[in-house]
Write a protein that binds this ligand. Sequence first.
Ligand code: IMP
Length: 179
Amino acid sequence: MTSRYSLKLLYPRDEIAGEVRRMAERISVDYAGKDLLVIGVLKGAAIFLSDLVRAITIPVEFDFIGLASYGDRVTSCGEVKITAYPTSAMEGRHLLVVEDIVDTGLCVDSLLKFLKERNPASLKLCALLDKPVRRQVPVNIDYSAFTIPDKFVVGYGLDYAQRYRNLPGIHTLEEAADD
Ligand code: IMP
């Protein structure tokens, strides 16, 4: 018996686009007149960030931070390693971290601690997806679009074994028995 994966559409591209626009409107109001630096977490948030910053109507800079990959498993990390550092100055600036998904919360929790040590003027979190049932550490998400059940999702930047990031919608990835 072998196994394969099947994809089921959870959020189509139009629904995602609407939510991203609404988030960008809120961010544009909340950060008006402030020196906003958006920091995207590679690679999962790259597509979300590129749509988000184009919908933000105030001046904004963006940069990226790379976190260690967790291999090809359908699971999250336990410990975070930074693999690529942002080159932008962070001290005294308003930092907004952009994540694809908050699952256990362990990654973003250590990332926020790391960024706090850079003495920003403020530090907030924007996550496209929130999977609260799997949380292991409390995480305050300032802007989030969708709260999802305990399913593994791919598309719109999210991957399984580096695949499916290019799908325009978000899909659940489910194992389908096959013999
Ligand atoms: P956390 O530390 O458990 O919150 O995991 C965060 C990271 O794990 C995310 O930024 C993703 O890279 C990955 N991850 C967690 N859940 C999923 C999922 O359902 N699909 C794809 N990647 C996921």
